[in-house]
Ligand binder design. Structure first.
Ligand code: GLN
Length: 489
């Protein structure tokens, strides 16, 4: 086995027990990246020198016998909408130019304290708006399982990095599915925690009431390890909330994790078409769940089935237009020097700095929140959101988990889903309700499609704050369905 193939726990263990050094692991991952990156293009920034210094520092700590962090010396990748002090952070947009944040996102601070080493910053749809990684202001990232296909998005660079074994774990952000859908397209595991579980401080905002950061890895136990580091209360984020200390230690007594639990399918979703391999994966997973002692039930989510997509896009675009007001070229990032006046400068900066999808959403968000229509659209959407949260709450009185697709399709061809915007938005039906209600969602691998050889992923959802139980249920699914292979390139 090559060092770059190691999962997160084994990589950390190997360094601690001196089977190999942090620098050896770093160089193995770096060679892998140098070999594959010209094809995949998952990274906006490779932090080679910072990473190598940190790896050397970890090795020095080990040599001195210092106390070590849980991830001491292990390389990780961050989605490039997470601030890293002194290191270029773009949010996938030209408008941030060569901006280097003066502070670290809390998640990166926590990972660093745990000893992690930064390998790079991953590509994304501009400001996390999109589901294909083709809306990046830089370049489209490719799916490591099939270079003619998208890796999904918006955390497509993070997903591709983990699937291609650049690093064992990467962070993504999920506003309406951006961790779970690319994880499914790339054949890895992705976890979107309960809203408030992980601090958003230093995450470049898209839709602040929906955004949540989470880990992406090649097995469930690594997600648990990452969550044990990331789930901390943070005074810097007013929405960070913890009722108690959550324990993310894997419950390896797998017989217990799903025994006598109820897992529901959504009645209304039966009427919607799914690609055949997704349909088959649901049937296979139902069987696995039953064998594990769970009971398959049905819940009805009529409001979600009918209104969640419009509700989400109304709110996400409204919040985005407010959040993106700050990019005016005066304070940081891209600027234009030869504009006629100050107003013209704002126009020039925003015209040149933002991409098409971002502009579309800023304009839509401006219209939706204008005083004359605000009640009819934005305020109405906030009310529908409450109904959606209530509908989920009722459903979780009847079931422990909900099983559903992460996407109605396997990874689409590059270019394909640029044609029809509405179709692309509607494809988020299975992921975005989770964000509207602030729930946790796990995207898991179920196997490969025999014809296309593409990975097939699904999603398991839990009630708010059931994150630890949800991940333990994921351990059972992984054991029965098998773990993914590293993408063969
Ligand atoms: N595809 C969805 C959107 O474009 C979700 C994106 C996300 O989760 N960041 O808004």
């Amino acid at each position: 086995m090559e060092l770059y193939e190691l999962n997160l726990r084994d990589a950390a263990e190997g360094i601690k027990s001196k089977k190999f050094s942090s620098l050896e692991l770093f160089d193995a991952c770096l060679n892998r990246i140098n070999k594959l990156e010209p094809d995949i293009k998952a990274l906006i920034t490779l932090t080679e020198s910072e990473g190598r210094e940190a790896a050397k520092a970890a090795d020095a700590k080990i040599a001195r016998g210092d106390e070590l962090g849980v991830l001491e010396g292990v390389p990780v990748i961050l989605k490039d909408n997470l601030c890293t002090r002194g290191i270029k952070t773009t949010a996938g947009s030209k408008i941030l130019g060569e901006w280097r944040p003066p502070y670290d996102a809390t998640v990166w601070k926590l990972l660093k304290e745990a000893g992690a080493v930064l390998m790079g910053k991953a590509n994304l749809d501009e400001f996390a708006m999109g589901g294909s990684c083709q809306n990046s202001g830089y370049w489209p990232t490719k799916n490591p399982h099939d270079l003619t296909r998208v890796p999904g998005g918006s955390s497509g660079g993070s997903a591709a990095s983990v699937a291609a074994a650049y690093v064992p774990m990467a962070l993504g952000s999920d506003t309406g599915g951006s961790i779970r859908q690319p994880a499914a397209y790339c054949g890895i595991y992705g976890f979107k925690p309960t809203y408030g579980m992980v601090s958003r401080y230093g995450l470049i905002s898209y839709g602040s009431s929906l955004d949540q950061i989470g880990p992406m890895a090649r097995n469930v136990s690594d997600l648990q390890l990452a969550m044990s580091i990331l789930a901390q209360h943070d005074v810097m984020d007013s929405s960070s909330y913890r009722e108690k200390n959550y324990d993310f230690t894997p419950n390896n007594n797998l017989k217990l994790n799903l025994k006598n639990k109820k897992v529901a399918l959504v009645k209304e979703f039966k009427d919607f078409t799914l690609e055949e391999p997704i349909e088959q994966a649901i049937n296979k997973t139902k069987k696995v769940l039953e064998d594990a002692g769970a009971e398959i039930v049905e819940v009805s989510l009529p409001v979600i089935a009918r209104y969640a997509v419009s509700c989400y896009y109304a709110l996400a675009m409204s919040e985005a237009h407010t959040n993106l007001e700050r990019y005016d070229g005066l304070r940081y990032g891209y600027t234009v020097k030869d504009s006629k006046g100050i107003k013209e400068m704002f126009t020039d900066v925003r015209t040149q700095g933002f991409g098409l999808e971002v502009k579309r959403r800023i304009i839509a968000g401006t219209c939706l929140t204008e005083p004359v229509r605000c009640d009819e659209y934005y305020v109405a959407a906030t009310k529908v959101r409450t109904l959606i949260a209530q509908e989920f709450a009722r459903a979780f009185n009847e079931t422990d988990f909900i099983l559903q697709p992460a996407s109605p399709t396997l990874a689409p061809k590059l270019g394909a889903n640029n044609a029809d915007k509405m179709k692309e938005y509607e494809a988020d039906l299975y992921t975005l309700p989770v964000n509207l209600a602030g729930l946790p969602g796990l995207s898991f691998f179920t196997g490969y499609d025999v014809d296309s050889k593409l990975p097939v992923g699904l999603q398991l959802i839990g009630a708010r704050w059931s994150d630890a139980d949800l991940l333990n249920a994921g351990l059972v699914l992984e054991e029965a369905l098998g773990s993914p292979d590293i993408a063969k390139l």
